[in-house]
Design a protein around this ligand. Structure first.
Ligand SMILES: *[C@@H]1O[C@H](CO)[C@@H](O)[C@H](O)[C@H]1NC(C)=O
Ligand SMILES: *[C@@H]1O[C@H](CO)[C@@H](O)[C@H](O)[C@H]1NC(C)=O
Ligand SMILES: *[C@@H]1O[C@H](CO)[C@@H](O)[C@H](O)[C@H]1NC(C)=O
Ligand SMILES: *[C@@H]1O[C@H](CO)[C@@H](O)[C@H](O)[C@H]1NC(C)=O
Ligand SMILES: *[C@@H]1O[C@H](CO)[C@@H](O)[C@H](O)[C@H]1NC(C)=O
Ligand SMILES: *[C@@H]1O[C@H](CO)[C@@H](O)[C@H](O)[C@H]1NC(C)=O
Ligand SMILES: *[C@@H]1O[C@H](CO)[C@@H](O)[C@H](O)[C@H]1NC(C)=O
Ligand SMILES: *[C@@H]1O[C@H](CO)[C@@H](O)[C@H](O)[C@H]1NC(C)=O
Ligand SMILES: *[C@@H]1O[C@H](CO)[C@@H](O)[C@H](O)[C@H]1NC(C)=O
Ligand SMILES: *[C@@H]1O[C@H](CO)[C@@H](O)[C@H](O)[C@H]1NC(C)=O
Ligand SMILES: *[C@@H]1O[C@H](CO)[C@@H](O)[C@H](O)[C@H]1NC(C)=O
Ligand SMILES: *[C@@H]1O[C@H](CO)[C@@H](O)[C@H](O)[C@H]1NC(C)=O
Length: 796
């Protein structure tokens, strides 16, 4: 029997973007000529790719070889993919299983309806059925086409928590080396133009010497980028546009993947036509991550065998009696060091190209700076991610999330106190690139800035049978206990049953910060926007054993409850966003905006005047992985057997819980070698709601303009200090914002009756118009325990 530990749960309950483990960083590909290949009588693209691969593997093994990823011409890689035969039976099974797992996605009904000017209607379940119909009718000519349809479908909502990466879409990464472009304005206000990244000056004081890009492949460059970035996993179109360029904050962190949707083929070459009339032609390449071995690939079918059959390495090594033995997930082995593993600490971490910090955590996800000269009353807090993991990994803290939280908490506390001590009056918070992380860290940073404000953070799960059974099982275990010496119990401790997690209703609060009266009071379900949800739930930050996500104390609670000094006034804080903010970053941004009344400057976006949103990433407040749902299904079936008997357990196994538990094909088709995760599938599991929103619209679907917008100049793109000063000037000095970018009725400053950005005059600002549909709240009355739940569900 495989054993899961609760640690996997702690690691799972994050709110964070799923980064591609094999992403190619800009500049990492050395553009030297490709080896030549044999002449063949017939066109055999997979054989050509395999030959090019083998030649480079040999070359790279030579002494003094220049390290560079293995690459092949983009069109050959694409043509190879087109020869991979459709696995009709497997793909239909995959879709069947996928639909069961996707029940956990909390925004299905809002996506189905769409959002005017933001998200066109996307019927996830209906479209999966259509893809299935297409397979049955032989409408797909190769397996890449099928899997691409599934992947783009799940990317198209622009919710980066919703992730499903079929194997065949990850083997080639289509890139343009030397073809990265940046969008630069002459003064930060004038409409920006596109330039080759390589045309940027070497230093921030230099000027761009190159000529702007007017056309890409003969068409309007802006429109080409917008079309190409259509399915970048951000819900905001300006953010999608930004995603086309290397992100300076993530470049500094050395984690930038430098592009968008590189699983989509975009032709053999890219032609940039410059304003001066000259053309730059880039050969598009497909990079092959080092984990893929083409030794046995000769054609489409052998490609399928090599990469689309679920590598043995990821299968459970221990035999199991279950029907899903051939391809059940292993517990996340990455998250399980054998003992204390202590990596050598980086001597002095720093963000590449940033000034010397006042402090920086070893993860580089939190650091602080003081500005100079005219700006010397200002401190800067830089948060390019919300996951400041510790380098010290222990068995009880295998990802370093808890230790990193503690370390960063202390560092930030000292920085804020030192800043006040040093007479700093203003604070710039740079959230560029921030794809989220540890949920509690978002609340903690807010609490350090506003210690006397009680954070809201109300959220809901989607209510559906598999989740209901699991939640009810956890509730039952909490009451009944379980035989620790039993067959199941011996490998799991209390935490494994979920009773020390925020899944147990009695660990958390209702929307008024009161205990729920009963499981039923917590679970509901409430009917909202034509779908069903649990009641609004909030964390109990005083309860470190499951009242919130980490077993650590936040500022304002437990041993830190006496902290009351607010270091900076709301009006003396400004947030910088580039749209990448999502997940835990979005949780933090919402607290800062709605409860901190702090304004935001957005950077970049399409070359047009007008407002821009600051938060373009997922605004859901939790991401859970498919592995988690497998584990929940397993426990629901096994533990219900102990608690309620075989009859109940067998009935549960016939529901969606059984589909999730029996799943095989999604594990076969999404396994990336060496990643530690057995299935690259995630959902947005919690809708985050605004306080007092009677429509219960997930924040994801509410338009929120920033208070001001600026464009990058080459100086502020290259050196963050210039950007911080540019923003400072706009907020507190004589600087301006992009025309039309201030005064949107959804901006927090306007809602606070501050007409123009940075000023505090009266205005006729109006409250935001929520874009959500009206809600009807109904609480079903019968749900109590798991056995009752099952009895009711099965008799309906
Ligand atoms: C490899 O590099 C070393 C050190 O730079 C040099 O001494 C040696 O000659 C190089 N070998 C080859 C085969 O170029
Ligand atoms: C975006 O996704 C949609 C829906 O799956 C698909 O039709 C379209 O081709 C995709 N666009 C790009 C550029 O990948
Ligand atoms: C950049 O351009 C500005 C304005 O045209 C000029 O004043 C400045 O000297 C230039 N800087 C360099 C390093 O060429
Ligand atoms: C036109 O601009 C491109 C891109 O900056 C540059 O490489 C090229 O040398 C320029 N051509 C002329 C004739 O100035
Ligand atoms: C290119 O497209 C953008 C967006 O549609 C538009 O604003 C711009 O005017 C177009 N440029 C030209 C030269 O047509
Ligand atoms: C290639 O096939 C041979 C013979 O079946 C096998 O031993 C080897 O492990 C395969 N290599 C890979 C990378 O799959
Ligand atoms: C402030 O000036 C000091 C001394 O010149 C320098 O080391 C530091 O990097 C500057 N800080 C910023 C944020 O520019
Ligand atoms: C919140 O947590 C504290 C500390 O564990 C506990 O005393 C309190 O009863 C909790 N409230 C609820 C509703 O669980
Ligand atoms: C983190 O701090 C909490 C107190 O807030 C403490 O209970 C816990 O042991 C610490 N954990 C680590 C890994 O540092
Ligand atoms: C918090 O303040 C109260 C009242 O001043 C004091 O009695 C208590 O010891 C303090 N608690 C902590 C943890 O510092
Ligand atoms: C899952 O597998 C078990 C054991 O083979 C079977 O009894 C159950 O009906 C299956 N559930 C579903 C929903 O297919
Ligand atoms: C802003 O002004 C409106 C209209 O005068 C008023 O109803 C509202 O309460 C004011 N809001 C704030 C935050 O002052």
């Amino acid at each position: 029997m495989r054993s899961f530990t609760h640690l996997a749960f702690v690691a799972g309950a994050a709110a964070q973007i799923v980064t591609d483990p094999y992403a190619v960083r800009p500049g990492s590909v050395v553009d030297h000529p490709l080896p030549s290949i044999s002449k063949r009588n017939t066109y055999a693209p997979c054989a050509d790719v395999a030959e090019l691969w083998a030649a480079q593997v040999t070359a790279l093994s030579k002494p003094n070889a220049t390290a560079t990823p293995i690459r092949v011409p983009a069109n050959k890689a694409y043509d190879c993919l087109l020869t991979v035969p459709v696995d009709a039976e497997g793909d239909l099974q995959e879709i069947y299983e996928l639909k069961a797992y996707l029940q956990y996605q909390s925004t299905l009904s809002w996506l189905k309806a769409g959002v005017k000017d933001q998200i066109k209607p996307i019927d996830i379940m209906g479209t999966l059925d259509k893809i299935g119909d297409g397979i049955k009718k032989n409408l797909y000519s190769n397996d890449y086409e099928v899997q691409l349809a599934i992947r783009t479908l799940l990317d198209s909502p622009g919710d980066f928590h919703l992730t499903y990466r079929p194997d065949i879409t990850s083997i080639f990464q289509f890139i343009r080396p030397e073809g990265y472009v940046v969008s630069i304005s002459s003064d930060g206000i004038a409409l920006p133009k596109l330039y080759l990244f390589t045309d940027l000056p070497k230093t921030a004081t230099g000027n761009i010497t190159g000529s702007a890009i007017a056309k890409i492949n003969g068409q309007n460059a802006t429109e080409v980028i917008l079309a190409y970035s259509q399915n970048a996993t951000y819900h905001d179109v300006d953010t999608k546009y930004n995603k086309f360029s290397p992100n300076p904050a993530l470049q500094a962190l050395e984690t930038d993947d430098g592009g968008i949707s590189y699983y989509v083929y975009a032709g053999p070459t890219t032609t940039y036509t410059h304003e001066n009339g000259s053309q730059t032609v880039i050969d598009n390449l497909a990079v092959i991550p080092a984990v893929y071995d083409f030794s046995n690939v000769t054609d489409g079918p052998s490609f399928f065998t090599a990469f689309c059959s679920g590598p043995d390495a990821v299968l459970d090594p221990e035999p199991s009696a279950s029907a899903s033995a051939s391809a059940t997930p292993k517990a996340s082995s990455t998250a399980k060091p054998s003992a204390v593993v202590s990596a050598t600490p980086t001597p002095s971490p720093s963000l590449f190209g940033y000034p010397k910090p006042q402090f920086i955590h070893s993860s580089k996800k939190v650091s602080g700076y003081y500005l100079n000269g005219t700006y010397s009353d200002t401190a800067v807090l830089v948060l390019p991610g919300m996951d400041p993991a510790s380098l010290k990994l222990t068995v009880s803290d295998p990802t370093g999330a808890i230790g990193g939280f503690n370390e960063s908490q202390a560092l930030l506390r000292k920085f804020l106190a030192d800043s006040v001590q040093a007479g700093k009056k203003k604070l710039v918070i740079d959230l560029r690139g921030n794809g989220g992380g540890t949920i509690d860290w978002g609340f903690e940073v807010f609490k350090q800035l506003f210690p006397s404000v009680v954070p809201y953070g109300g959220s809901r799960y989607r209510a559906h049978p598999a989740f209901q059974y699991y939640s009810a099982m956890v509730a039952d275990v909490a009451v009944d206990g379980i035989d620790k010496d039993g067959e199941i119990g011996q490998e799991w401790d209390d935490a494994d049953y979920g009773i020390q997690s925020e899944i147990l209703w009695s660990n958390i609060y209702n929307k008024d910060l009161q205990p729920f009266k009963s499981f039923q009071d917590y679970y509901g379900p409430s009917t909202i926007n034509g779908d069903t949800f649990t009641s609004i739930r909030r964390y109990n930050f005083s309860n470190n054993l499951g009242g919130h996500t980490l077993p650590a104390s936040l500022t304002g609670y437990n041993q830190f409850r006496n902290t009351t000094t607010q270091p900076f006034e709301s009006d003396n804080i400004i947030i910088i966003q580039d749209g990448f903010c999502g997940s835990t970053c979005a949780i933090f941004a919402e607290l800062m905006r709605e409860q901190g009344k702090v304004q935001t400057v957005a950077i970049g976006g399409r070359p047009q005047n007008g407002p821009m949103q600051g938060v373009g990433g997922s605004k859901g407040s939790q991401r859970l992985g498919f592995d988690q749902f497998y584990q929940w299904a397993q426990r629901t079936i096994k533990i219900s057997e102990e608690l309620d008997g075989t009859a109940v357990s067998n009935k549960i196994a016939q529901t969606a819980v059984g589909i999730i538990y029996n799943a095989t094909q999604i594990y076969v088709r999404t396994t990336l070698p060496e990643t530690g995760s057995s299935v690259l599938g995630y959902v947005n599991s919690l809708n985050n709601e605004r306080m007092n929103d009677s429509t219960s619209t997930p924040l994801e679907f509410i338009y929120e303009a920033a208070d001001c917008r600026l464009f990058y100049t080459s100086a502020s793109y290259i050196n963050p200090v210039n950007l911080w000063q540019q923003v400072w000037d706009a907020k507190w000095g004589k600087g301006k914002c992009v025309p039309g970018s201030t005064g949107d009725k959804s901006a927090i400053g306007v809602q606070q009756n501050k007409t123009s950005f940075g000023n505090t005059q009266d205005s006729n600002g109006q409250p935001t118009q929520s874009t959500g549909a009206g809600s009807t709240m109904g609480v079903s009355s019968v749900v109590m325990t798991l056995a009752a739940v099952v009895a009711i569900a099965l008799t309906l």
